[in-house]
Design a protein around this ligand. Structure first.
Ligand code: MG
Length: 107
């Protein structure tokens, strides 16, 4: 019988999918690429910003945001981090914060 508890699930399953694609397409996940990978996350967010600013279809904005998610997942994999554990811990912490936390000057 297959032991499913050991298989990736949730975000970690998506991280594994992205890593498999990156490996198959020849994109390195080496530690020396971390700075580049961080910068490329910014480029995708900028592309989403530009598409939204120009009034492009929201599907295109979403595609750029998805590119950002893919790049974040690739970096999480490269760093060997547990995306599900990090997400769950951060959400739990955020739920403990006060209403509109860290927004003294708006945001
Ligand atoms: Mg893009």
């Amino acid at each position: 019988m297959l032991e499913t508890a050991a298989l990736p699930h949730g975000l970690n399953a998506r991280v594994a999918q992205v890593r498999a694609l990156a490996d198959a397409k020849g994109f390195s996940s080496a530690p020396e690429r971390v700075w580049e990978m961080l910068a490329l996350i910014h480029t995708e967010v900028s592309e989403a910003t530009d598409a939204y600013k120009k009034g492009e279809p929201l599907d295109h904005v979403g595609e750029e945001l998805t590119d950002a998610v893919i790049r974040i997942f690739h970096l999480l994999s490269a760093l060997g981090l547990d995306a599900d554990a990090l997400f769950d811990a951060k959400m739990a912490r955020n739920w403990q914060r006060p209403h509109k936390y860290n927004t003294v000057r708006g945001g």
